[in-house]
Design a protein around this ligand. Structure first.
Ligand code: COD
Length: 305
């Protein structure tokens, strides 16, 4: 079971170098991350963007020997990078200095995208100092207001990815504002349905509780105080967010106020896809690259038993 980002980087470095195609790569932090990942033997970067600017920026960070695919606009960069992955000229797609929605639209393109035939979803992983293990969270980056069917897809995508990382039966908090099922609060009805489906074995294996509020999910004393019997309280692996705002704000609060680290990927695609934020540090970008590469490698080994 993956415990930390340092372990993630070690594991990714122990495997083959993947050709990572970066859409709109003209950014010093991205190229610094690409160089770090190249030096560790994790990736062989392919850069998409303005060739002159890329050459100057690569010289600035000491990144050498990369293939460059010249492009001008961010939308063009996304399309060219996706096409390079589709043609087998790269193994992994990575977001550069491009708006997330534009990047996702290139991936979702029916004829020329990387759709895998089912729901695509974003998975984020956080290393928060005050918590004893990694926290996975989905979906805080792609599906904005998922209904029950989409939530099942988001859950199964996350569980399949976590399985590849050694989590056989993750503890899942299907997050809401409290523990009461109330028809006027649709998220509580959805989480109750999800808990029933998980208990009946209708999802990939997990221990899912919901509706459950954040304090009960992460603080056993809060659960005891509220007289809530919980198998997951204080030991959650995965947060299933009711909507994009909740997951996104939760993650960003850890990053800004707790100096947490994170990694982000898109799941359900035909090829591994890195999803990060333009404001991420080089260290965070390399975490995301390593996560996508490790998931790719474990996926090539076939589904976990
Ligand atoms: N999985 C599979 N197919 C999908 C998905 C999905 N998650 N989302 C949309 N589709 C398909 C639809 O079925 C349809 O065929 C086509 O794609 C277009 O669907 P729309 O019209 O709903 O999609 P768009 O293009 O308007 O928006 C899709 C985005 C993913 C771009 C949009 O939902 C979005 O911007 N999401 C939030 C991104 C974001 O801001 N993240 C936070 C910052 S990290």
């Amino acid at each position: 079971m993956l415990q930390s980002f340092s372990e993630l980087l070690q594991k990714a470095a122990a495997g083959p170098a993947y050709r990572v195609c970066i859409a709109a790569a003209e950014d010093a932090a991205i190229l610094a991350a690409a160089k770090m990942a190249q030096e560790r033997g994790i990736i062989d970067p392919v850069l998409v963007g303005d060739a002159d600017r890329l050459r100057a920026l690569c010289a600035g960070v000491g990144l050498e020997g990369c293939r460059v695919l010249p492009c001008q606009t961010p939308a063009e960069c996304a399309a060219v990078a996706v096409e390079a992955v589709r043609r087998g000229e790269a193994d992994v797609l990575m977001k550069g200095t491009i708006n997330t929605s534009d990047y996702l639209r290139a991936i979702l393109n029916r004829e020329r995208g990387l759709r895998g035939g089912s729901l695509l979803s974003a998975l984020a992983v956080y290393e928060v100092r005050e918590y004893h293990k990694l926290i996975f969270c989905s979906d805080s980056g792609m599906n904005t207001a998922p209904g029950l069917e989409q939530k099942v897809g988001i859950l199964n995508n996350a569980l399949a990815a976590m399985r590849r990382l050694g989590f056989a039966k993750p503890k899942v908090a299907a997050l809401t504002a409290n523990e009461m099922v109330d028809p006027k609060v649709p998220a509580t009805v959805d989480t109750q349905a999800l808990a029933r489906m998980a208990a009946a074995g209708e999802t990939l294996p997990c221990v899912l509780e919901g509706p459950i509020a954040f304090d009960v999910a992460f603080d056993r004393a809060a659960a005891e105080h509220k007289h809530i019997a919980s198998e997951i309280s204080g030991d959650v692996d995965l947060i299933l967010a009711p909507n994009i705002e909740t997951g996104n704000a939760l993650g960003k609060s850890w990053l800004t106020l707790n100096k947490a680290q994170w990694a982000g990927v898109i799941l359900g695609t035909t090829h591994p896809v890195v999803l990060g934020s333009r404001s991420d540090t080089a260290q965070v970008k390399i975490n995301s690259i390593a996560l996508a590469c490790l998931l790719a490698r474990e996926g090539e080994r076939g589904p976990a038993a």
